[in-house]
Design a protein around this ligand. Sequence first.
Ligand code: HEM
Length: 241
Amino acid sequence: MKHTEQIYLTPMPVRIWHWLNAFGIVTLCVTALQIRFPDYVNIFGTYKAAIRLHNTAGVVVSISYALWLIYYMFVARTMLKLYVPTLEDIKSGLFRQAFFYFFYYFKGGPNPHHSTPDSKFNPLQKASYLVIMFVLLPLVVFSGYVLMYVAPLREIFIVIGGIKTLVSVHYLIACCFCAFLFVHIYLATLGHTPFAHFKPMWNGWEEEEVEDELGAIPGAEPVPVTEPHAAARHSSTTETA
Ligand code: HEM
């Protein structure tokens, strides 16, 4: 038998950052299409308007990134615990999670990872978010700012191999972001319902289906939770199977 538990997974600052960042990145991708293919794409009127909007979205993404860093490093102090894969994750967790997504999920098997406030991400999420948030996002922001201020940053251009190299790097990272977006949104729909993982990004609370220990008695009082994050977890006796 299963019952559902409500877990407070995503604090408000993270939710605000996430949607600001998502809106900014989508704007960057769409405006980039017009900037890269001006002869074929005209969504924003003029070429100049597309560049202005692209630059503004870039500034929004970089500011929200800084706020995300400050929040996780100095306020929540959970960045390393949440985002860095453990040795166990690397040795077997990555494979187990990939096996679930590619095969076990389609056979109706349960997700091997159960999110808690202390371990929100499965090993694949940790690995991909680590690359996105600590390598690709800083790189795309840095290359974007350098391209925005071509003249005063002439010396940096010379060191990194000229404007063409920089434009290519910026463009390749943008392609990675587009690919990430599709995979990210698809995988986010693989909860116990298609919107189960979207809910905590909206109101903070995730509903988890949990197997009853020693067979819970229907209608009985929920057992008090004694783990560290008990305050962030509400057990409900609703039976789902
Ligand atoms: C329209 C675009 C997007 C949608 C619909 C979306 C949706 C979601 C959903 C449902 C989650 C929670 C489930 C999960 O952890 O996988 C999530 C978390 C996350 N997403 Fe996105 N996302 C979008 C864009 C982005 C972008 C552009 C980035 C990074 C550049 C990003 C980075 C993240 C991160 C790091 C988390 C974990 C946040 C945390 O709890 O600390 N997302 N997203």
